[in-house]
Design a protein around this ligand. Structure first.
Ligand code: DP6
Length: 331
């Protein structure tokens, strides 16, 4: 009744922004992401009669209440119902990336929790079933259930049975592809993606444009990935990110996730491109910028990023593998 899983974080190239069902976490649009090699969560889950209540330990600290705790307990309840078991569980989870990186730890977190807990409960889920389960913890976790370039299909059915992740291409399809995560010094506390997207749907006049133009972005991205057309992938990702931020900025009250350093990096990337250094940016519901490039440009981009005062750290990522079970438990 004990299992441990490791899952990588992912960053969207075509963003998931807005839900058609809050409870089942069903999106309004498909999204496409790369699973990042090396930015991961390890989670051990044990179901046992000896536990009187569910226990959740994150990076060594017990979390006893609050939204984070409730989301984990809800997820365990889903798995208990699927496996027809009643035992409470101990969950211990560890992220290997700095919280300040502004990376959706909920993506790798719910992917690792779904795999470890389902296995510990005696279930053997295939990647489709696993992504349907992970989706109900956090939307972006759907995509962390597969490696490489991954698309989350929004599906049409009200029960969510057709809203899962599929692989567009495995990690080895494009070994030169890189994402540089930059960490800036003044990362401000953010409004959660969940709250931000709900407010966008409720108040932004731009949301309609987002939905009307998303299929075009998805088509270009799929083609760009399959043909390894870096310019098409980069341009499409950057434009899609800016459209998402346009919907956020135009909510009421306005949500602006960018900090001065965010804009400084955006402008630097645009300038570098004019100078012939081809790279693009993408930004999620936060202030950290991720730079998309090919491996031969990494040294030059890193050198230039170091010259920007607000940049504290950079993490260079390749495309990574999907989640897997490991032998070494956290407890
Ligand atoms: C901007 O997956 O964190 O990063 O489903 O409510 O848990 P919930 O939201 P979450 O949203 C991620 C939004 C995004 C874009 C993306 O990852 O596609």
């Amino acid at each position: 009744m004990k299992a441990t899983a490791i899952a990588n974080a992912n960053i969207a190239l075509i963003k998931y922004w807005g839900k058609r069902d809050q409870k089942l976490i069903l999106p309004n649009n498909n999204s496409i992401a790369i699973t990042l090699d090396g930015l991961n969560t390890i989670t051990t889950v044990e179901f046992d009669k000896k536990y009187e209540r569910d226990l959740f330990i994150l990076d060594g600290l017990e979390i006893k209440e609050g939204k984070e705790f409730e989301r984990v307990v809800n997820h365990l309840n889903l798995i208990r119902a699927m496996a027809h078991i009643k035992e409470k569980a101990k969950v211990s989870s560890k992220n290997n990336f700095p919280t300040a990186a502004g990376l959706a730890s909920s993506a790798s977190g719910f992917a690792a929790l779904s795999l470890a807990a389902s296995k510990a409960a005696g279930l053997n889920l295939d990647p489709k079933e696993l992504s349907i389960l992970a989706r109900q913890g956090s939307g972006s976790a759907t995509r962390s259930c597969l490696g490489g370039f991954v698309e989350w299909l929004k599906g049409e059915k009200p029960d969510g049975s057709d809203s899962f992740a599929v692989q567009i291409a495995p990690p080895e399809h494009w070994p030169e592809f890189r994402m540089i995560v930059t960490i800036i010094s003044s990362a401000k506390k953010k409004i959660s993606s969940r709250a931000g997207m709900a407010q966008t749907i409720a108040t932004s006049p731009m949301y309609k444009v987002w939905l009307d133009t998303i299929d075009e972005d998805l088509d270009k991205m799929r083609r760009g990935i399959l043909e390894k057309d870096f310019s098409l992938v980069g341009k499409t990702a950057e434009f899609n990110c800016l459209k998402m931020h346009a919907t956020m900025i135009t909510t009421n009250p306005s949500i602006i996730y960018w900090m001065p350093e965010t804009l400084e990096i955006i402008q630097a990337v645009l300038m570098w491109r004019e100078e012939g250094l081809e790279c693009y940016f993408t930004i999620d519901a936060g202030s950290q910028v991720k730079i998309i490039c090919l491996d031969n440009q990494v040294p030059e981009i890193e050198k230039r990023l170091q010259a920007i005062k607000g940049v504290k750290e950079t993490i260079v990522c390749k495309t990574g593998a999907g989640p897997k079970l490991i032998e070494k438990h956290l407890f």
